[in-house]
Each structure stands twice: as C-alpha cells, then as structure tokens.
Design a protein around this ligand. Structure first.
Ligand SMILES: CC(C)(COP(=O)(O)OP(=O)(O)OC[C@H]1O[C@@H](n2cnc3c(N)ncnc32)[C@H](O)[C@@H]1OP(=O)(O)O)[C@@H](O)C(=O)NCCC(=O)NCCS
Length: 282
C-alpha cells in the first residue's frame, strides 16, 4: 500500500438497484450494448465518501469456471481518483473472493489504457492473454476510440491467483494473519422449514435449486440445506460478520423462499440468528 493515503471512503456491498450506478458503470464501458448485457449480473461493491455519496464501484461476476470470478466493471468518479479508492475496491473484492474459496480473480481491460495496465499490475494482477479486436463496432463499440493516441482495439486479461497466494503475489500484505481473518466466520443462521403435506419433494427440489444463487454470494462462506425428517428441512449457513449475514437475508434465496412460502411451507420459516463459537472450514 505504499504511497496510498487513506481515502476516507467506506467500502460496502451495494444492495440497491443497479440503474442508480449506471453513470459509474459508463465510466468503465464505452458500449451501451455491452453494458446492458451485464449491468445486472453478479454483485457490486461500492465506495462511499464521508457524506455517504457513492463515488466508486466494482462489479464481481461468476465465470464459466467455478473457481474463477471476474471483475467486470470498476470505476471511481473523477474528483475522487488517485486517493486509493480504486485500490481499496480491488482489495475488498479480492478479499471477498478469497473468503469464498475462489481460486482466481480475472479482469480484462483495454490494452490502449496504459494507466489501467499499471493500476492492475500495481494491485498484484499479472497479464494472462490478449484478445485482438475486442473493442470494435462489431462488438458494440463506437469506431475510432483512442486513449492517449493509442487506438482502443485489443483487450488484455489479467489474473491474480489466490490459492497459491504468497507474500509476493498478494496486494502487498503479509499473508498470515490477513488470510486467517478472511476465512473466519462469526455469524450464522439456522432456518427451519416444515414442508406442506405432499410438497416435501418440491421443497427438497427448491433447496437444491437454491445452490447456484448462494454460490454467487461471496460472504456466504458455508451453506447447507439439510433434511432431518420426511417433512422437516433446515438451512444452516455461516458468514464472516453481520453484514455478510444481512446480505444473505436480503439476497436471492430469501426472496425466492418468501415468494414460494405459501405454496411449499406448512408454517413460516423459523429463523434463528446464531454466533459461531468454533468452525472447521475446508
Ligand atoms: C482505474 C480507476 C478505477 C483507478 O481508481 P483510483 O481510485 O484512481 O485508483 P487508486 O487511487 O487506488 O490508485 C491509482 C494511483 O493513484 C495513487 N494515489 C493514491 N492516493 C494518492 C494520493 N493521495 N496522491 C497521489 N496519488 C495517489 C495510487 O498510489 C496509485 O498509484 P500507485 O500505483 O503508484 O500507487 C480509475 O482511474 C477509473 O475510474 N478510471 C475510469 C474507469 C476505468 O477505466 N475503469 C477500469 C476499466 S477495467
């Protein structure tokens, strides 16, 4: 973190509509068509200044590879750049991914943008591959884009490996204590579900189907759907902190359960908030 002053910004998950962040997304994307295709995907972390105004964002999306997460969009408002906000957002994203057992974080950026190439490498990312003509009218970009006289044509993909993390591949931190704290879980939920007569298998299927939604939640460190009797089920899950637990309660699985509760459940779910005293995680 040498040379990076404290930005004074707070970094947190964004749970509001994506549309309110569109101008920030547009700072990082010249193609409206491309942006429409991904703005609602994955999860977003935001940076808030002292007044609570959102001054930067970072979008994390899953990829076709289970253990790889992509930084799809990142931007900091012009008046707030070069204060360490961008780096703070990347550090938080990488930490969340590590806490969620992600093996690699990847990001693609225009080869023409030397500042971005520098930024990601200073954050510990390493170049992986080049895609020529990624930014052309055929892919939804305006013609003749350029940065500092370099035509915007090709993209460079960077990655940071998390599994074999060592001091020199980290974001400049010592590995030991930080890594341990990222894996720590302190809060949990035990949610008991009683199926309506005749709807037991449907409830089981619903719980199976919830897994991909949970896999998109970086702060849901471990999640289990269990069956303890023919009609009795439970969800047990753990989180690094209250914020992670709240994000899950505000997330897609809870919303889907509320939507289908009348149809599948004999009674309202019994939700117990618990503190984790000890844990063994993979
Ligand atoms: C790329 C981007 C997100 C970086 O955000 P940022 O908040 O400016 O980044 P940071 O401040 O964390 O780091 C940038 C540099 O400013 C330096 N900096 C930080 N605080 C500083 C300060 N108080 N004074 C001077 N420089 C400072 C950082 O040290 C870093 O340089 P370094 O690597 O030499 O240390 C931002 O430039 C942006 O939004 N660009 C437009 C959108 C875009 O291109 N997004 C990426 C598409 S993939």
């Amino acid at each position: 973190m040498s040379g990076v002053a404290d930005s004074g910004c707070t970094i947190k998950w964004h749970h509001g509509p994506r549309a309110e962040l569109r101008d920030l997304f547009e700072l990082a994307e010249d193609s409206r068509e491309q942006l429409d295709g991904y703005i609602d995907l994955g999860q977003v972390i935001v940076a808030l200044d002292a007044t609570g105004e959102i001054v930067g964002h970072l979008q994390l999306i899953p990829t076709s590879r289970d253990d790889v997460t992509e930084i799809k969009s990142l931007a900091v408002r012009e008046g707030f750049r070069r204060r360490g906000v961008g780096r703070q957002l990347v550090e938080r994203a990488v930490a969340e991914c590590r806490g969620n057992q992600v093996g690699e974080v990847t990001v693609a950026t225009a080869a023409a943008d030397i500042d971005n190439l520098r930024f990601y490498q200073r954050c510990g990312f390493r170049p992986e591959s080049v895609v020529q003509d990624a930014f052309t009218p055929a892919t939804g970009y305006p013609p003749h884009l350029s940065v500092d006289g370099i035509p915007v044509r090709d993209s460079i993909r960077f990655t940071i490996a998390l599994e074999a993390r060592s001091a020199h591949t980290s974001l400049g931190h010592n590995d030991t204590n930080e890594t341990r704290s990222r894996h720590m879980v302190t809060k949990g939920l035990i949610v008991r579900l009683e199926a309506k007569a005749g709807r037991e298998d449907d409830l089981a299927a619903f719980l199976h189907g919830a897994l991909p939604l949970v896999q998109e939640e970086p702060q849901t460190v471990a999640w289990f759907a269990v069956r303890s009797a023919a009609s009795s089920f439970a969800i047990v899950d753990v989180f690094p902190d209250d914020e992670g637990r709240q994000a899950h309660l505000d997330g897609a699985v809870a919303a889907a359960l509320v939507e289908r509760a009348n149809e599948l459940l004999a009674e309202s779910p019994a939700i117990e908030h618990v503190d984790v005293l000890a844990a063994k995680l993979p």
